[in-house]
Design a protein around this ligand. Structure first.
Ligand code: SF4
Length: 242
């Protein structure tokens, strides 16, 4: 068994991540054909929105590794008695020694500005800024995860593509509560509502299995019935280029 490079249960923060978004990413998220360029003033608006989104974003990422005690047919049991109940995850993460629990956010300022645009009746600016926020938080999440993936690889371990509650393959949204109990969300200014919505809204949560010998697709969208058609998936592809 390989030595895990993190202490079980300890939250580590990465606040130095740079998040970025540009016109090409926004166009990719809108699903426009390759080579489509908005003309003159519209292009200027897209560029202004990208600059505004980057200025408003407060990127932050947190992660905690947790040793697994057992993986049974429909559950992952963690040290300390916490349980994630999922047949899907139990099957996909079966060789895992433990899991990385991850949270990423760009803070509340961007969504407040979206609201201002909406109240002012500027629907296009609100729409574009909201979309830019999705691209930015995806960028923070995958940058943070890539750092962890490198740390795992240096220790001779694999980290699976991240899986998250709220996607169609993950049955129980209430698992958000378990995730939030496994990592110090409060220090990122993140919280959950009664209906398991994350605040700030531009936030992402997920887990990755750590171990060796996984047979898992490169991206979690492979397991989702929406199959890469949703805005989040488009944001991920715009950010990662894959
Ligand atoms: S296509 Fe991907 S990002 Fe969209 S809901 Fe499914 S898993 Fe989530």
């Amino acid at each position: 068994m390989q030595k895990i490079p993190w202490r079980s249960g300890e939250t580590n923060f990465i606040r130095s991540l740079t998040a970025t978004v540009d016109v090409d990413k926004l166009l990719a998220m809108e699903g426009g054909g390759k080579g489509r360029r908005p003309d003159g003033r519209v292009m200027e608006l897209y560029n202004d929105i990208c600059r505004e989104a980057i200025a408003l974003a407060q990127p932050a990422f947190a992660c905690a590794y947790h040793d697994l005690v057992a993986i049974e047919e429909d559950r992952l049991s963690l040290q300390g008695g916490k349980i994630l109940t999922s047949r899907f995850l139990a099957a996909k993460l079966a060789p895992a020694q433990g899991i990385l629990v991850m949270l990423a956010t760009i803070g509340p300022r961007l969504e407040a500005r979206v609201k201002e645009y909406q109240e002012r009746g500027d629907a296009l600016a609100a729409y574009l800024l909201d979309m830019a926020g999705s691209a930015l938080v995806e960028s923070v999440y995958y940058s943070g995860f890539q750092q962890l993936e490198l740390e795992a690889a240096a220790a001779g371990l694999e980290a699976t593509t991240p899986f998250g509650p709220g996607h169609s393959y993950w049955d129980n949204l209430a698992d958000q509560e378990v995730i939030f109990s496994l990592v110090d969300a409060g220090s990122l200014g993140m919280m959950l509502t009664d209906t398991y919505l994350m605040l700030p809204r531009k936030s992402i949560s997920g887990i990755s299995g750590v171990g060796r010998g996984f047979t898992v697709a490169e991206y979690h969208c492979h397991y989702c019935h929406l199959r890469c058609t949703c805005p989040l998936s488009k944001a991920r592809r715009a950010v990662t280029g894959k």
